[in-house]
Design a protein around this ligand. Sequence first.
Ligand code: AMP
Length: 338
Amino acid sequence: MEGKFMSEILKVLSGIRATGRLHFGNFLGAVQNFVKYQKDGNICLYFIADWHTLTTLENPEELRTNLTEIVKDYLAAGLDPDKSIIYAQSSIPEISELCLYLSMLQPLGELQTIPTYKELVRKFPNRVTLGLLTYPVLMAADILGPKATLVPVGEDQVPNVELARDLAKRFNNRYGKTFPIPEMMQDMVRIPGLDGEKMGKSDADNSIDINASIEEIRRRYLTKGVTDKNRVRASDPGDPYNGCKSVYPIHELVTVEETENRQIAKACQAAAIGCAECKNILVDNIARILEPFQERRRELAEKNEYVREVLREGGKKAHRIISITVSEVREKMGITIY
Ligand code: AMP
């Protein structure tokens, strides 16, 4: 496999911005996979992208709080600081130095065509900063700093990881083999929010907070979850695959029987099940996943000093790994620190 030319051990890296509370899209699209790869033989680095957060969040107190709260989510979801390196991006200044070196290899025009950039320009035309434009180069530095071989992310991040892959290839071509080419997972997902658009932290109306009570999640699905608009009466056959926007796509990920015999899809197509019943089954299955998480999360709620310790230790470990790469990059590019 192309990305593993340096070793057979997976070096897994991923991060989440501290822009708000984690939602179910982050949980299924990212965090659950972080836990999946945390096993013997793999080296896992999971960080909170506080620098990336600065592209859209201005409130320093909120940034600090979100950061530690997300670490609690990581821990409650099953990340173990003895097995995974958990750190804040800003704890490793060498990442921003690497970003500068990589920016010398990055054509400007390509950055302006990245879909996430274009979307933010459309949504916030008054907030188009240099930091926003160079976001993918910083993300490439996050990935290439520890020489990651696998980057588990949601589908929305594919263009950014592609850019990191291209930068790795460009660097290797110009300066000699340095970076493995990071791979993506085969089964990336895009979790829809209640309105059927991508679930996002910035859209409180469409997202499901993973720390919300199950009753609240049920209420939100029942009142706001968009299903097949063409299904007017319960006796009308539904179209789970193309018509249902916010409910069926999640059944496919959380309702175990659905992957095997498509019972709910068939019942929906035959009008044997109504949308409310379908939503209730969905929330029962979401509860099966979130309840144990929420229990562990409650135990961590007040453990701020422990979280800071996890970040300090993780920061030291990540620094050791990333600073070696950055020394190598300096050396290859002709930079000597006098
Ligand atoms: P962000 O919240 O944008 O920092 O994203 C953190 C991680 O969660 C990234 O790997 C994203 O791809 C993933 N993610 C965010 N929203 C979704 C979603 N709606 N579906 C799947 N993955 C998502």
